[in-house]
Design a binder for this molecule. Structure first.
Ligand code: ADP
Ligand code: TRP
Length: 324
């Protein structure tokens, strides 16, 4: 039997380069490997775990599907759907919550960080975030999850839940592992932390124009200030060079050592490489956006296929837990 793969991205806005390199590229690679059965969703229900606007979510849960299709996710090869349409995820999450302690969930670094970002947002939904994510994965018995490195603590919870369920109830859940890509950690353009939607000025959107990309790449810090050594200062620029123009790495290191390195020329080469990577995506996106019926059909078919698999798992779990 084929090994299952599941991944998702929250519907908090349009995708950026970090999402693309850390998650979507891995999704594509596994989709195109016939060993795997791939399921990719928009984690729309996870969006309500932090403050949001319903009218924006309504739009974004569809926009992310369009981004997926434009990036090359293919409904002939992958099941593409919206999480909130498949009730079984929530049903399974509730059963999973019976094997996890409150203390374990409260101590998770991702929970603590989110509360720091949204001090008013310490909700049960946020505490349950990783349990729902475990259900997303395990309802399809997926063993491989293409996501960025920041998601590792959540996968640890999913493995813990799989182990506990198997021990206590004799289920046969796999312990899911992360599928890492070369771009598993794309740094912020500002030189500190990761590229993220929630930090203004840190990201490049997949739909940014050539001009916007150039402006943003040129903003990567390269002029030193007191107390910072040049290696630390250039860390961000060099990670972008490594991701987008790896074959020039040696040349730049030599130029840096000789003192002849021109930052602007590396930056403009990075811009070209990013733009060339994004151009086919942008062209395809315009086409897909126009085809409303096609997008509706992809979502409808994907939901139906996902539901069929998910229902079987939940029925199995109910039976093992004494609920049927
Ligand atoms: P954001 O931090 O911008 O809100 P999400 O948390 O929605 O991004 O992440 C969606 C997916 O993209 C996850 O798999 C995450 O690991 C990946 N991802 C997000 N930012 C980055 C990044 N800077 N580098 C690599 N992967 C990332
Ligand atoms: N937590 C993921 C993120 O922030 C989104 C997500 C929800 C997810 N459920 C998932 C990712 C299941 C992989 C598998 O991007």
């Amino acid at each position: 039997m084929k090994k299952s793969v599941l991944s998702g991205i929250r519907a908090t806005g349009r995708l950026h380069l970090g999402n693309y390199l850390g998650a979507v590229k891995g999704m594509l690679e596994l989709q195109n490997d016939p060993q795997y059965k791939t399921l990719y969703m928009v984690a729309d229900a996870h969006t309500v775990t932090t403050p949001y606007h319903a009218n924006e979510l309504k739009v974004n849960r569809r926009e992310v599907i369009i981004d997926y299709l434009a990036a090359g996710l293919d409904p002939e090869k992958s099941i593409i759907f919206q999480q909130a349409e498949v009730n079984e995820h929530f049903e399974l999450a509730f059963y999973f919550s019976s094997v996890m302690s409150i203390a374990r969930m409260q101590h998770l670094p991702t929970f603590k960080e989110k509360i720091k970002q949204h001090p008013q947002g310490s909700t049960m939904a946020l505490l349950n975030y990783p349990i729902l994510m475990a259900a997303d994965i395990l309802v399809y018995k997926a063993g491989l999850v293409p996501v960025g490195i920041d998601q590792e603590p959540h996968l640890e919870i999913a493995r813990e839940i799989a182990r506990k369920m198997n021990e206590q109830y004799g289920t046969d859940f796999p312990e899911p592992v992360r599928f890492a890509t070369k771009g598993e950690y794309v740094p912020s353009l500002k030189g500190e932390g990761k590229m993220s939607k929630s930090v203004e000025g840190s990201y490049i959107n997949l739909t940014d124009s050539h001009d916007e990309i150039r402006k943003k790449v040129r903003s990567i810090p390269t002029s030193s200030y007191v107390g910072m050594d040049s290696k630390e200062l250039l860390k961000t620029l060099f990670s972008y060079a490594n991701l987008f123009i790896p074959k020039y790495k040696k040349q730049y290191e030599e130029e840096l050592a000789k003192g002849t390195l021109k930052y602007i020329s590396i930056k403009d080469q990075i811009t070209e490489a990013i733009y060339n990577e994004l151009k086919p995506f942008q062209e395809k996106r315009i086409e897909i956006e126009k085809n409303k019926e096609y997008v509706d059909k992809v979502i409808q078919d994907g939901t139906q296929k996902a539901k069929e698999i998910a229902r079987k798992t939940v029925d199995e779990v109910k039976e093992k837990m004494g609920l049927s």
